[in-house]
Design a protein around this ligand. Structure first.
Ligand code: ADP
Length: 159
């Protein structure tokens, strides 16, 4: 059983994340999407909302589990019996931070590899941050996120 962890804030999950999950599933029997609880960033959507969106969006994809990640990623990976951590790489701008994290994680736990997957070109410009900015300004984000997330934005942003 090959298992990978895909960690992140997923605030909220975008079509780019889903693309990475689908690619990871081609390489691993099971992908555990791990939603960070202890995020230093103040999330727009609550942990419960982020988990719910991910569950709904990944329901049609077999072999995907959604879990909360509370604490050290490498400890979680070992507990889950995972061989790898998957991260998405969109552009060179992602590289420096991801490289540092991957090497630090290897120092912490040498048995778990970090694997980088590139999304479909259409998603290279997509980030949760940019989607939140567009939604806040009243723009249409339905090309970038699932319908449940569009609904989540509408509910959260109505005054
Ligand atoms: P974090 O806050 O840990 O960066 P995110 O939820 O923003 O978490 O992203 C989780 C992972 O998904 C990261 O590896 C990020 O690079 C990747 N990712 C985010 N958006 C995309 C996208 N559009 N295409 C591919 N990978 C992406």
């Amino acid at each position: 059983m090959r298992r990978a962890i895909y960690p992140g804030s997923f605030d909220p999950v975008t079509n780019g994340h889903v693309d990475v999950i689908e690619r990871a599933r081609k390489l691993f029997d099971e992908v555990v999407v791990a939603v960070a609880v202890n995020d230093q960033k103040q999330p727009f959507f609550s942990l419960a909302e982020r988990l719910e969106f991910l569950r709904e969006v990944t329901a049609p994809i077999s072999g995907v589990k959604v879990a909360r990640l509370d604490g050290l990623l490498m400890r979680f990976a070992v507990e889950q019996g995972a061989q790898a951590v998957v991260r998405g790489l969109r552009a060179v701008s992602d590289f420096e931070f991801e490289f540092q994290m991957a090497l630090m994680n290897r120092k912490l736990e040498a048995s778990v590899e970090t694997i980088f997957l590139m999304p479909k070109e259409d998603y290279t410009y997509l980030s949760s941050r940019i989607v939140k900015e567009i939604a806040r300004l009243g723009g249409d984000v339905s090309n970038f996120v699932a319908p449940c997330v569009v609904k989540g934005f509408a509910e959260k942003l109505k005054r």
